[in-house]
Ligand binder design. Sequence first.
Ligand SMILES: O=C(O)[C@H](O)[C@@H](O)[C@H](O)[C@H](O)COP(=O)(O)O
Length: 321
Amino acid sequence: MASTPFVAPPRLFPNQRLSCAIPFSFSTPLIPCKLNPKPITLSCKNRYNQRSSFSRICASMADQVSTQTLNPKNVQIFDNGEDLSVALAKYTADLSQKCVGKRGTFSVVFSGGSLFNSLKKLVEPPYVDSVDWAKWHVFWLDERVVLKDHADSNYKLAYDNFLSKVPIPPGQVYAINDTLSAEGAADDYEACLKHLVEAKVLDLSTTTGFPRFDLLLVGMGPDGHVASLFPGHHLLSENQRWVTFIKDSPKPPPERITFTCPVINSASNIAMVITGSSKAEPVRRALGGDDENTDLLPVQMVAPKEGETTWFLDKGAASKL
Ligand SMILES: O=C(O)[C@H](O)[C@@H](O)[C@H](O)[C@H](O)COP(=O)(O)O
C-alpha cells in the first residue's frame, strides 16, 4: 500500500462503531521470518485439552502433527522483547494479508497492558506502509469502564501506541460506550457485535454459535488472568453472554467489561503475547502440563475450538518450561 497521510479521527476519542469482520482458520508457518532471529519453536497442548506432559508431547513428531491438526498450540520463545516484536509483527501482517485476501476484511481484538510494546514493530516500516489498514476492524477483548481519555483506558493505550500511527478508518474501531455503567457498556458492546453479525460484518462460528474473530491478541497477568477473566471468578463459567462485566476486578480499576470464554475460544487465531519472568508459573501451568491444581487458571482455558493458538514468549516467561 502506498504511504498515505493519516487523517486524524474527527474527535480525539470518538465513540466509534459500525461495520466489519471475517473468519477462517489458516496455519501460520512456524518457520521464522527473515528478520526473525530464530526463536525456539515448540508445538504442544495444555491440560485443558487433556494433555499432561510437555516433554512427551515435544518428543513425538507424529504427536505434533496430530496436535496441530486437532487444536494446535505453537510456542515461540525469543531472547528478548525486541525479537518477539519483530516476529509478532510479521505474524500479524501475514495473517492480515491472508484474511483480507480471503474475505476482504481483518477483525482484530486487542488486550491492554504491555501488548503494545510487543506490537511496536507493526507500526514501523515496512509494515506501517504495507499492511492494508483500511480493511482492519478493531475490537477490545476487555476494557476498563473509564472515559476514553483516562489514563486507565485500554482504548487510550491502543490509540496512543497504535491506532494514531496507522490509517484504520475510525468507523472500524469499536470502542466501548464510555458514558454507560459497566452493565450498560457490556450490553451495548454485545449488541454492537450482534448488529455486526446481522450486517454480515462478523461471522458466527458454526461450531459454537459465538462470533468468530480473525485474531485475538491476548496478554496475560502474573496471576494467569486473560481479558478481565480472573482466577476463581464466577465469570469464568459464563457460557451464554458474549460480553459481560465485572465490578470487583482484583486488578484495578475494578469495573471492566470483557469477552467471555466461549467468544475467546471461537476465534480463528489467538496470539498469546507474554513477556517477563513474573509470568513464568502460569505459562508453565498452561503449557507445561503435570499440573496438580484442580482449578484451571483462565489462561489454561484458552483453547479455541477450531482455531490456532500461537504463543509468543520471551525467555523470562518461558523460564519454567
Ligand atoms: O485491562 C487489562 O488489565 C488488560 O487487558 C489485561 O488483561 C492485560 O492484558 C494483562 O493483565 C497483561 O498485562 P501486562 O502485559 O501489562 O502484564
